[in-house]
Design a binder for this molecule. Structure first.
Ligand code: PHE
Length: 362
C-alpha cells in the first residue's frame, strides 16, 4: 500500500481498520484546491485491502476533475468501505456510524454522499455521527435525496449536445438512442428521451425493469428476453453491436474496451456510467472509428451538481436542474470545440479545462 500512496498525486489518505466488522475504511482526499473535497462512499468487497485503497485513490482524482470541469467550488475525494463478503444489517449500520465519526473528525475537509453500494438511506445513518458533512440524505431527513434524476437530466442534455455537434441539430425526434441499464439514471433518462420523440432501445437484465419498459411502455429490448440461459455478457454484447445514433451506457463501468469498441454501430457514446473507458487509450480507438465520445464524468456530474446546489446554496430543485442543463450543455460545447481546434480527444480537452482551473486556483 505504501507505493500506491507514494505514486498518488493527492493530498491525504486516511486509513482505518474497523475491528468489529473486519472492514477497511479508506478516505482519499485528492484535492482541496478549489474547495472542500466531495465524493461518494463506495461500499463493497475487494479481493484485498490494497485493491480497495487503489480504487479510493483513483476515484478521488476522478472527482477532482469531475467537479473542476464545470467550475464547482469543491475538490475531489472518495471513500471506500471494503467490507467482508457478508455483513449483517446491524453490523453494517454500526460500521456506517463509525465511518460517520471519522468523517466528522476530518472537520469538513472531506464531505460524503452515496456511491456504488450506498444509498440516501445509508447517508441518513452516516449523518447521525457525521453531520453536517453528508450530502444526499433522504428528503425525509432533510437531504436532497437520490441523485439519479438530476444525473439523467445531465445525460439527456449531453445527448442533445452530441447530436447538435454531429448532425447540426439538437432535436432528438427520430434519433435512435440505446440506453444500456434502465435503473436509477437510465430509467429517468428514457422518460426524457421519449418525451423528446427519440426512438428508444434499451437493455437490462432485471426482470421487473424489462417488464416495465418493454411490456408497459412498449420499448424495444436489446438482448435478453427470448433466451433464458443468456448471460449478462451476452446481453451486453448484443447491446454493443446494435445499430443506433447514440449509445448510452448507464450501468457498468469499463464497457468501452478493445473487445467492444470494434463492435459498436453507433455514432456517439454519451452515458451516465462511471469509468466507461477500460483504459485511457480506448478513447483513441473510438476516435479512430469516428465515434464521438462525451467524457463520462463531464456528462454524469448532474447528480452531484444539483445536490450540492440544493444543499450548500439552498437552491430549489427546479433551479438546480436548470443549472445542470445549462452547465452540461455549455461545457460540452466548449469541449467539442477545443477538441476540434486542437486536434485532441474530448477527454484530453476536458482534462485541460480542469487543469487550467486547478492551476488558476494556485
Ligand atoms: N457519488 C456522486 C458522484 O460520483 C457524488 C455526489 C452525489 C456528491 C450527490 C454530491 C451529491 O458524483
Amino acid at each position: 500500500m505504501e507505493s500506491l500512496i507514494e505514486d498518488w498525486d493527492g493530498e491525504t489518505a486516511v486509513v482505518r481498520y474497523d475491528r468489529p466488522t473486519g472492514a477497511w475504511i479508506f478516505i482519499a482526499i485528492h484535492s482541496t484546491r478549489l474547495g472542500p473535497a466531495v465524493g461518494g462512499t463506495r461500499m463493497k468487497s475487494y479481493p484485498d485491502p490494497s485493491a480497495a485503497l487503489r480504487d479510493a485513490l483513483r476515484l478521488s482524482k476522478g472527482m477532482t476533475y469531475k467537479l473542476a470541469v464545470p467550475g464547482l467550488p469543491f475538490g475531489g475525494g472518495k471513500a471506500v468501505l471494503a467490507t467482508p463478503r457478508r455483513l449483517d444489517p446491524e453490523a453494517r449500520h454500526e460500521l456506517l456510524r463509525r465511518y460517520g465519526s471519522l468523517v466528522q473528525q476530518l472537520g469538513g475537509s472531506y464531505r460524503t454522499a452515496p456511491d456504488v453500494g450506498t444509498s440516501s438511506e445509508d447517508m441518513d445513518v452516516v449523518a447521525e455521527t457525521g453531520a453536517p458533512y453528508v450530502f444526499a440524505r433522504t428528503e425525509a431527513a432533510g437531504g436532497s435525496g437520490s441523485s439519479g434524476p438530476a444525473t439523467a437530466l445531465g445525460v439527456f442534455t449531453g445527448i442533445q449536445a452530441a447530436c447538435k455537434h454531429l448532425f447540426g441539430d439538437a432535436t432528438l425526434a427520430g434519433r435512435s438512442v440505446l440506453v444500456q441499464g434502465a435503473g436509477s439514471v437510465g430509467g429517468p433518462l428514457i422518460e426524457h428521451l421519449l418525451e423528446a420523440g427519440a426512438r428508444v432501445l434499451f437493455s437490462d437484465v432485471d426482470e421487473r425493469t424489462i417488464r416495465h419498459f418493454q411490456v408497459e411502455l412498449g420499448l424495444e429490448l436489446v438482448g435478453g428476453g427470448d433466451a433464458p440461459e443468456e448471460t449478462t455478457e451476452d446481453v451486453a454484447r448484443e447491446a454493443f453491436a446494435t445499430e443506433c445514433d447514440v449509445f448510452s451506457p448507464c450501468a457498468l463501468g469499463g464497457v468501452l474496451n478493445n473487445e467492444t469498441i470494434p463492435l459498436l454501430k453507433c455514432k456517439a457514446v454519451v452515458g451516465g456510467a462511471n469509468n466507461q473507458l477500460a483504459e485511457p487509450k480506448d478513447e483513441d480507438s473510438l476516435r479512430a472509428r469516428g465515434i464521438l465520445y462525451a467524457p463520462d464524468y463531464v456528462v454524469n456530474v448532474g447528480g452531484a451538481m444539483a445536490g450540492l446546489a440544493m444543499e450548500t446554496r439552498g437552491v430549489a430543485r427546479q433551479d438546480a436542474e436548470r443549472e445542470v442543463v445549462e452547465s452540461v450543455g455549455s461545457v460540452l460545447r466548449r469541449i467539442f470545440e477545443l477538441a476540434d481546434t486542437e486536434g485532441i480527444t474530448n477527454g484530453a480537452a476536458a482534462r485541460r479545462i480542469a487543469e487550467e482551473r486547478l492551476a488558476a486556483a494556485g
